[in-house]
Design a binder for this molecule. Sequence first.
Ligand code: ADP
Ligand code: MG
Length: 403
Amino acid sequence: MTKLTLRELEVRGQRVLVRVDFNVPTEERDGQIVITDDTRIRESLPTINYLREEGAKAILMAHFGRPKGKPVGKYSLRPVADYLHTLLDRPVAFSHDTIGNIPEEIIAHMNEGDVTLLENVRFHPGEEANDPVFAESLAGLGDLYVNDAFGAAHRAHASTAGVPRFVKQAAMGFLMEKEIQYLSHELATPAKPFLVILGGSKVSDKIGVIKALMEKADTILIGGAMANTFWKAQGVPIGSSRVEADKLDLAREILDLAKKKKVRFLLPVDAVETQKVEPGSPGRNTSRVSLAHGITDGWQAVDIGHATISLYEDEIARAKTILWNGPVGVFEIPAFATGTIAIAEALARSKATTIIGGGDSVTAVKQAGLADKMTFISTGGGASLELLEGKELPGIAALSDRL
Ligand code: ADP
Ligand code: MG
C-alpha cells in the first residue's frame, strides 16, 4: 500500500479529524429516527476505539442523506451521536455546527480519548462543491486527518478530498484499509479458479467492472436484468423484460471480448417469468432458453430459473475466489428472490474467499441472514464498483503517500 495508515501516525494528544461513513439507512417510527442497519457505524469502531485507546481526540465528520447544502432537520446526525454513545458506552459530544465557534469551543475542551461528532458536512454547500475555503475551515479543527469513509471515497468532496491538503498528515483508517485489501489487493492475485457473479439492473452500470474483471476472472456468471440485454443481443426472445435496448452492441462487444480473453462467460439458461413485477403476481419457470424459445410475449424475466441455479451452484462449488455484485433477480419481492438466496447460500457453503461487492447484493446477503458466512462484505456501493473498475478514488488519492 502506498498510502499512510492510521498505525503510522503519532496520535497521542492530537486532534484527529476522522471522516467516517455514517450514512446509514433509517426509518421514522412514532416521530423518532431509528437506525435500521448500523453496519457502517459498527465498522468504524476499530478506528474510533484505537484513537481513544491511543489518547487522541477524535473529531468525527460525516454526511447523512442529501440535504443539498443547507441544514435540514431530518438529516441531522444528532441521532447517530446518541447511537454512537450507546455503542461506545461513553459520551460523544455533538457539535450542532460543522465549522466555526461552536465546534472550536467543544474541541478546545476535549480530553485525550474523547470523541466529538460534527453535524452533517452536507449542511454546507462547500462540502459537495469541494470548496477549499470550507475544507480549510474543517481542517483547522484538527491536526491530523484519517479517512475511514470508504462508502464516500469515490466523491471528491471537501471532507474527503479537500481537508487532506490542509493538514500535516492524512492517513487511511482501518475500515478503508480493509476495503482496499479485499476489493483491490486480494483480487489482483486471486486464488484460481476466480469466479465473478454479476447481476443487478443495468449492463451500463457495470461495464467498467466487467471489462476490468475480464482481465482476471476465469468465469463470469450473469444474472439480473443485465442478462436480458445479453440475451436480446444474441437473438433470444425476452418478451417484455427490462432491457437496455441501446446497449446491444455493447453487450456483443463484451461477449466477443470474453471469447478473446478466454473467459467463460455464462448467461442464465432459464428464468422465472411473470406478467407483473409486483408482490403476489404469479411466476413460472421457463423451459431452456434458445433462439427459438425465450421469455413469453408479454411476460418478464424476474429471476434465474432452476436449471440456472444448479449450473451456477456447480460453478460456485469449484471456485477458490468468488466476487459477487448485483442480485440475480427482483429480490425485493420474496417470490422472485429464490435465485438470489440460492446464490447467497451457495457462497455461504463454499470454502472459497467470498467477497460481496456492495450495494443491493449486500442487502440481499443480509436479508438471507448469511452475512457472517462471507469472507468480506463491502460497506460501499458506488465506491466498491469504482474500486473494482480499477479507478483511483479521490478520497484515497488525497491521502499522504507513505515515505
Ligand atoms: P448492486 O446495488 O448490488 O450493484 P444494482 O443496483 O445494479 O445492484 O441492481 C439491483 C436491482 O436490480 C434490484 O433492485 C433488483 O430488483 C433489480 N433486478 C434484478 N434482476 C432484475 C430483473 N430480472 N428485472 C428487473 N430488475 C431486476
Ligand atoms: Mg444498487
